[in-house]
Design a protein around this ligand. Structure first.
Ligand code: MGD
Ligand code: MGD
Ligand code: MO
Length: 814
């Protein structure tokens, strides 16, 4: 989230689209309802009428996978009706920038941007740049009238998204579109704010990243980023998924969003030179210019501090990706099924049910030599070898199961969606032989280290030179018990020798006060620069529990701690005009007193934009302003509607380019697998399907299916379908049906409900159905995972699987 949970109460308009917050983020609804009591409007856009929709002022249905069309129509509406915040655009975004005149857009190139290469399915982005002066600073037209300026290009691009065209793609009635556009567009006026609450309904698509980009453009047009009650707010999933992303859950980033080294970045100097952005603009803070300090401090935390600059502080000990290598979820199981991955730790996950195309995942597990499952319970992954369709006699995978302690049996920090790192305490002792995850890792580290120390091996140094200072060492070198506070302090970082920084002297062993003090000479360590300040000379800031709120807008600056540097609302320098005066005087986030900023921690302490020595407000981007034109995206600098890989219509109504042209295809080429089949506008699979969660179960249900009262409330797999479709197929409410796709099938109970309505699209009736994905075969009579139906295909930028839009058939069972 750019903002945070409590801040939702400051909104005037709340759009819940691509999430079902009432059921999946129930605590958030406290703030949604508070806002509504103040007169805020709640809008719900979902293919299915949900409990969120039930509370909404306006509900609009849309066909799964058509959000860019829906939101593209909103951009067009905002521009046509002059609802945008002109001054905000000029000060804080690249709307005024002039684009390369060679740049071409989908309206001219039948759905493609200039530079497409069909063979590599990728773009040569050389025409996607800005016109720049001799210092490399983008040329602008402050009046935003030049036909090559971003604002005019945006207007031209989205002029194709008329109400009629949008309705024809999404199936949403024109009246509903207009109603939602009008209400949301009303927040372009200074003093009004709208927020977006989204989650997996937007991300799990082949165009997932661009769904969110489209919304970010809307928020910028309306001046809604940086202000209270605004922002682009991803409602994160698992309680600590924000923390795990911050600390490098994903393959392509190290802690603190530093890029993972690649083979071609052959030494630390090259890594820093090639990954550090530069700017010629004296008004750009270009904060990532500090990359060298952050990566060096990270290496100092990872590895033995006896390593020196001559050893590149251990850079060569970090794992490196091959150039162009993608090691995301879909690729892991793809490589596994091809026999290229032999061992696997399934640590706190259940891929046999959560993985898209679960039959492929399950067959991949059967190709392993060994698998270690670290979990609270046995599940469909640990026992895959005795699951449906498996012959244990023919499976050689050796499975080890390590029982783990549950969250309330452990101490540590959890970072919520609002970036707040909050400290939690252990409530009870772990049951039986189960242990804290960190104790299991400690034991694993010690055993592996012992073998490397004794036997050498191909490359022992990454293990032998790892620093592991997490507690009292026994005579054999083993850490007796992991001190989780030592881990937290390592993440914050230390001074490794006496040092004077910014006129302050520090002693070796002092905790670094905040990331502004980190160094690139090896004198500081920090396991994650973004968390530098979380645990410093003031103690464990994540454990703070003060209810003080001097802001009056719910910032609560002394409750826990949030990254970066306790800033509660990101991009807050965009909440003020060039003189530092808040756009919204009722709910100011920061303001300039004439000598300093007050309010939230400002996004950089420089003076307001109208004063000399100031810096632009989007400090993480080298041009210093927010990207309405975003050339980093794989499929184009502006979002464009493409159909999901599997869709019910033959052609993309907007162009001859049917699907995302930059996504990786698994179903083409000579080495494609039989598991990777797709059927689009095919009579055998005529219905759009989506998957979602239920309040009563958690994820694949491993924890909740083992809780009898929750299982009693939601005992088995169901499929929701409209009365119209039920009649067409002769299916009665509560009857057993088979739902099938090209990849597999499940048996489910039919719930005939008006929560789903047929769509009228291009003159045809199109039905959509939906299933939860929380069940698995190991719970008797519960049915199996809906992921037996979903495809192996991912977003072009992130490779998140497209589990929210695919095609199925539904048939009544005997
Ligand atoms: N009770 C409970 N709460 C949970 C979880 C749980 O398992 N159970 N899981 C947690 C986790 S890890 C996560 S990531 C979050 C996920 O939170 P959400 O994203 O809210 O979860 P979902 O129910 O998967 O999907 C949300 C909605 O997207 C809709 N949808 C489907 N396709 C589309 C589409 O194309 N466009 C739009 N606009 N909407 C679409 C679905 O109908 C559904 O209502 O929930 C978290 N909270
Ligand atoms: N079709 C479809 N598929 C989806 C989604 C969807 O919307 N639709 N959503 C996707 C999303 S957003 C997510 S996050 C994934 C989730 O996918 P997974 O992470 O694979 O699924 P979970 O069921 O959350 O698995 C977590 C496991 O961790 C165990 N566990 C709980 N606490 C601890 C602990 O403290 N330590 C350890 N070691 N284990 C613990 C639980 O028992 C559980 O088995 O699924 C994805 N799959
Ligand atoms: Mo999630």
């Amino acid at each position: 989230m750019t903002n945070h949970w409590i801040d939702i109460r400051n909104s005037d308009v709340i759009l819940v689209m691509g999430s079902n917050a009432a059921e999946n983020h129930p605590i958030s609804f406290r703030y949604v309802l508070e806002a509504r009591e103040r007169g805020a409007k709640l809008l719900s856009v979902d293919p299915r009428f949900t409990r969120t929709s039930a509370r909404a002022d306006v509900y609009a249905p849309l066909r799964s996978g058509t959000d860019i069309a829906f939101l593209g129509g909103m951009i067009n509406y905002i521009l046509e009706n002059g609802l945008y915040h002109r001054e905000y655009l000029r000060l804080h975004t690249n709307a005024t920038f002039l684009v390369d005149p060679r740049f071409r857009m989908p309206g001219e190139l039948d759905g493609l941007f200039s530079g497409y290469n069909a063979e590599t399915r990728s773009y040569d982005k050389s025409t996607w740049g800005f016109q720049r002066d001799e210092n490399g600073v983008p040329r602008t037209d402050p009046e935003m009238e030049d036909p090559n300026c971003v604002f005019q290009l945006l207007k031209k691009h989205f002029s194709r998204y008329t109400l009629e065209v949008v309705s024809d793609i999404t199936g949403t009635p024109v009246k509903k579109l207009e109603q939602i556009y009008r209400i949301y567009g009303s927040t372009g006026r200074p003093g009004r704010a709208a927020t977006i609450m989204y989650a997996m309904g937007w991300t799990q698509h082949t165009v997932g990243t661009q769904n969110i980009r489209t919304m970010a453009i809307i928020q910028l047009l309306l001046g809604n980023i940086g202000v209270a009650g605004g922002g682009v707010n991803a409602l994160r999933g698992e309680s600590n998924v924000q923390g795990s992303t911050d600390h490098c859950l994903l393959f392509h980033i190290l802690p603190g969003y530093l890029p993972t080294p690649k083979a071609s970045l052959k030494d630390l100097a090259t890594y820093i030179a090639k990954t550090t952005p530069t700017t010629g603009d004296p008004q750009s803070a270009n904060w990532w210019g500090n990359r060298g300090k952050y990566i060096t401090s990270l290496l100092r935390a990872h590895f033995d501090t006896s390593l020196t600059a001559a050893d590149e502080f251990g850079y060569q000990l970090l794992p490196k990706l091959d150039d162009g290598q993608n090691a995301s979820w879909l690729m892991l199981f793809d490589r596994m099924i091809r026999g290229q991955i032999k061992g696997f730790f399934a640590w706190g996950q259940n891929p046999a049910c959560s993985g898209s195309n679960a039959n492929k995942v399950r067959r991949a597990l059967a190709r392993l030599d060994w698998m270690v499952v670290v979990n609270l319970f046995d599940n469909e992954t640990a026992s895959f070898w005795k699951g449906p369709g498996m012959d244990p006699a023919r499976i050689d995978t050796e499975v080890f199961f390590l029982p783990v302690a549950a969250s309330f049996e452990k101490e540590g920090s959890v970072t919520n969606s609002g970036r707040w790192a909050q400290w939690r305490y252990q409530a009870v002792e772990p049951l039986g032989d189960s242990r804290h995850d960190s104790e299991i890792m400690n034991e694993l580290y010690f055993r592996v280290r012992q073998r490397y120390a004794a036997e050498g091996g191909a490359f022992p140094d990454p293990i032998l030179k790892l620093s592991w200072n997490y507690g009292f060492r026994m005579p054999d070198g083993r850490v007796r018990k992991i001190d989780i506070h030592a881990v937290a302090r390592e993440i914050n970082g230390y001074f490794l020798r006496d040092k004077v920084v910014k006129g302050k002297s520090f002693k070796k062993g002092d905790l670094v006060p905040s990331f502004a003090y980190l160094q690139d000479d090896g004198s500081t360590s920090s396991g994650n620069w973004l968390y530098c300040q979380s645990y410093n000379g003031n103690g464990n800031n994540m454990a703070r529990r003060s209810h003080r709120d001097p802001s009056g807008i719910g910032l609560y600056p002394e409750w826990a701690w949030c990254w970066p540097v306790n800033r509660r609302i990101l991009y807050n320098r965009a909440s003020v005009n060039a003189d530092g005066v808040p756009w919204d005087r009722k709910r100011p986030v920061i303001w300039w007193t004439g000598t300093r900023w007050e309010g939230d921690v400002p996004d950089g302490g420089w003076k307001p934009l109208s004063q000399p020595g100031s810096k632009k407000s989007f400090i993480m981007l080298p041009d210093g302003v927010a990207s309405i034109f975003g050339a980093k995206m794989k499929e184009g600098p502006f979002p464009e509607h493409y159909e999901p890989l599997e869709s019910p219509i033959e052609a993309n109504p907007l162009s001859g380019t049917r699907n995302n042209p930059a996504m990786k295809l698994f179903h083409e080429g000579k080495d494609r697998l039989p598991e990777d089949v797709f059927y689009t506008s095919d009579k055998r699979y005529p219905f759009v399907a989506t998957t979602y969660r239920v309040t009563e179960h958690w994820q694949t249900g491993v924890m909740s299916r083992n809780t009898p009262w929750l299982l009693e409330m939601q005992p088995q797999l169901f499929v929701e379908l409209s009365p119209e479709l039920a009649r067409e197929r002769g299916i009665g409410d509560g009857e057993k049906v088979r739902v099938s796709s090209g990849r597999g099938s499940v048996e489910a109970i039919a719930i005939v409900t008006r929560r789903f309505r047929p769509f009228r699209i291009r003159g045809k009736t199109i039905h959509q159905v939906g299933l939860p994905w929380c069940f698995g075969w190991s719970t008797p009579n519960a049915g199996d995972s809906a992921n037996l139906l979903t495809p192996t295909i991912g977003d072009a930028n992130t490779m998140i699987p497209e589990t929210k839009a695919f095609m199925v058939n539904v048939e009544k069972l005997g």
